[in-house]
Design a protein around this ligand. Structure first.
Ligand code: HEM
Length: 443
């Protein structure tokens, strides 16, 4: 075989750090430059201390998503492993393949189950808006959307509603998020060091929740309807496994949903025309219902324009830039051969923000998603694709649309800082938390 002699083109940068810094500072530029210089299909690099190939474009996405388990398995960079896996990892994956199957099977995150959570979500979101935004003339949307998202996750994944407990978790997750944005140096005093500690606190809290729920399930108390209880009642996982799984869900589902909500509010705040279109769609839904009646699954299916707005927000600012795989065999692609053990990175930006597939990629234009014919295959991939595609997609859609419904009915808004800087290339966030001027709308 010609393994090792026919590697994809590319460079490996400095010893040890490789090209890490260039990548972290601006992944989009890093990748676009190298696609031009080396190959638009695949090139090799070296960062986070790993030998990496980056696989690009719709054909790259297709190849990756179609060869799961044959050539590829899931992989987390070492810094993420330190943060998110327990101290005695049984695996270097956030999710073992069997776990993913479990989540996808009749599971809690499937539409059949989610149908029953719409009204509850609507009611929590209404309460949160009342407590945190109503009566204010100005508010920071990003901290709000984070605490809202975690409140929902606490209710539906963990079955906890106590606001102090939720606030404590929000605080710890904020520290973890700061760490993700920093260099992964586990040295006292660094943001990453604090993040590793916060992740330990979160895991301990989750272990307590599992123990409490278990006592409730075994005792006579009426068990709540939540994912944690479902897993306990299932009876085939140890408490540690349940804790680990809940951690994985919170990590995967928390900042992604909050980021999407935040950027929807940003883009809509910049575009009164988009706001008015969303509003008229949402008012039509409300008018078909009794006053005070909570949203249902069917109502959410009618939010077609609002969903186009969400899709376009995730195209311009993807909440997940991309993920890693590990090659479990040597594999050949685009005329090159990559050895077993190398890490493979794919990123949504090589298609979603590529003018070849989306004209004027920086322009926010929800009408791209209203044309009816859909996007060319493997070009729009905010949730990934194939067997590893995000299992939280429907849950995320429900939470975000229910949030938008309530926001436009209650408020109009515009940005306090139209030129606010966006930080963090791997996980984008507005520098000042997206302050907006709020104007109440009386229906
Ligand atoms: C807008 C919100 C979200 C976006 C954009 C998003 C995106 C993604 C992406 C790109 C992946 C990687 C797929 C791959 O590697 O091929 C992923 C995986 C995953 N997501 Fe999401 N996600 C979102 C929300 C959620 C939520 C709410 C949950 C939990 C309820 C969740 C749970 C997961 C899990 C468990 C995985 C790992 C699946 C695996 O490794 O097979 N995600 N998500």
């Amino acid at each position: 075989s010609n393994v090792g002699t026919n590697l994809p083109p590319g460079g490996s940068g400095w010893p040890v750090v490789g090209e890490t810094l260039d990548f972290v500072v601006n992944p989009e530029k890093f990748i676009t430059d190298r696609m031009k210089k080396h190959s638009p299909d695949i090139f090799r690099t070296n960062f986070f201390g790993e030998k990496i190939v980056i696989i690009c474009g719709p054909n790259g996405h297709k190849f990756l998503f179609s060869n799961e388990d044959k050539h590829f398995t899931a992989y987390l960079p070492q810094a993420m492993q330190k943060l998110f896996l327990s101290s005695q990892p049984k695996t270097d994956k956030l999710y073992r393949d069997s776990d993913v199957k479990l989540l996808r099977s009749p599971g809690f995150l499937k539409p059949e189950a989610l149908v029953n959570y719409v009204a509850g979500m609507d009611s929590i979101i209404q309460k949160q808006l009342k407590t945190h935004l109503e009566g204010k003339t100005e508010a920071k949307i990003h901290p709000f959307s984070r605490s809202l998202t975690l409140t929902l996750a606490c209710r539906f994944f963990l079955g906890i509603e106590n606001p102090e407990r939720v606030a404590k978790l929000v605080g710890q997750f904020d520290i973890v998020t700061d760490g993700i944005h920093s260099l992964p140096l586990n040295v006292p005093g660094t943001a990453f060091y604090h993040a590793v500690k916060a992740a330990v606190v979160i895991r301990k809290e989750l272990a307590d929740v599992v123990a409490e729920k278990k006592a409730r399930v075994l005792g006579s108390g009426a068990p709540t309807q939540d994912l944690c209880t479902t897993m306990i009642v299932g009876g085939y996982m140890s408490d540690e496994e349940i804790t680990e799984k809940l951690m994985g869900l919170l990590v995967a589902g928390y900042s992604t949903v909050a980021t999407t909500m935040t950027f929807v509010i940003k883009f809509v705040g910049e575009r009164p025309d988009v706001y008015h279109k969303i509003l008229s769609e949402q008012l039509e839904i409300s008018e078909s219902k009794k006053p005070e009646e909570l949203l249902s699954w069917n109502d959410v299916q009618k939010m077609k324009y609002a969903w186009a707005v969400v899709c376009e927000a995730m195209r311009v600012v993807p909440p997940v830039l991309g993920t890693f795989r590990e090659a479990i065999t040597d594999f050949s692609y685009a005329g090159y051969t990559v050895p077993k053990g190398w890490k493979v990175f794919w990123t949504v930006n090589t298609t979603q923000r590529n003018p070849e597939y989306f004209q004027e990629p920086n322009k926010f234009d929800p009408s791209r998603f209203m044309k009816g014919e859909g996007m060319p295959l493997y070009t729009y991939v905010p949730f990934g694709g194939g067997p590893r595609m995000c299992p939280g997609k429907e849950y995320a859609r429900l939470a975000i649309l229910t949030f938008i419904h309530n926001m436009v009915k209650k408020f109009k808004w515009e940005l306090v800082e139209p030129n606010e800087k966006i930080l963090g290339s791997m996980m984008p966030l507005p520098e000042k938390g997206l302050p907006v001027h709020l104007h109440p709308r009386y229906v």
